[in-house]
Write a protein that binds this ligand. Structure first.
Ligand code: COA
Length: 161
């Protein structure tokens, strides 16, 4: 399964509408937040510190995520860290390897856009076993640190570059 990434800022209006329509089942949405929230964050941000990326399979948008670098990173991020947020694969596209393929692009993407990056980090709700299993299967490590999240405690994971 191969995917390509396109930065939110560079999408035209038609492409943005298609990305805006990416959907999650109600039980998954609290784990990643809504697309409207994610897009609003991208619209206001300084691209030097925060960028949204649509995940495409051929011409179809199948997912989305945000990367943050200093000074936009959360308090829990160590120096030299790029953090992953709002990661989701559209409900109709799940189970096809798109998330695994998107995660495989992150190291190169972070190094390209923020060359001083030493590691990636993310937080994942402890009840989100699908995402946790995905990250661990893709080489992320549980740091053993936990933080409170909007709907319960979150594991902090890292991925050294
Ligand atoms: C988690 C999520 C991104 C996975 O997307 P996906 O494209 O379906 O995942 P993939 O098809 O690439 O699966 C890769 C691996 O993830 C794990 N995985 C994916 N869905 C899973 C599930 N429902 N239960 C258990 N493991 C799962 C498996 O390890 C799987 O590998 P396998 O197919 O070899 O078993 C998707 O379910 C999603 O968008 N969830 C809602 C938002 C969310 O939770 N985001 C993470 C926020 S931290």
């Amino acid at each position: 399964m191969s995917v390509a990434l396109r930065e939110w800022r560079q999408l035209d209006n038609e492409q943005r509408e298609a990305v805006r329509a990416l959907a999650l089942p109600p039980e998954q949405e609290p784990f990643a937040g809504s697309m409207a929230e994610a897009i609003a964050v991208c619209g206001h941000a300084d691209p030097a510190a925060l960028r949204g990326y649509a995940v495409y399979h051929a011409a179809t948008p199948v997912g989305f995520f945000i990367l943050k670098a200093a000074p936009a990173t959360p308090d829990w991020a160590d120096d030299g860290t790029v953090t992953l947020h709002a990661f989701r694969i559209d409900a109709r596209q799940q189970g096809r390897g798109h998330a695994r393929a998107a995660l495989a692009t992150l190291a190169e993407l972070a190094r390209r856009d923020w060359p001083a990056t030493r590691q990636l980090m993310l937080s994942v709700n402890m009840r989100n076993l699908a995402a946790l299993g995905l990250y661990l299967a893709c080489g992320w490590r549980d740091t053993g640190r936990q933080i409170p999240g909007p709907i319960g405690p979150q594991h902090l994971l890292d991925y050294p570059l």
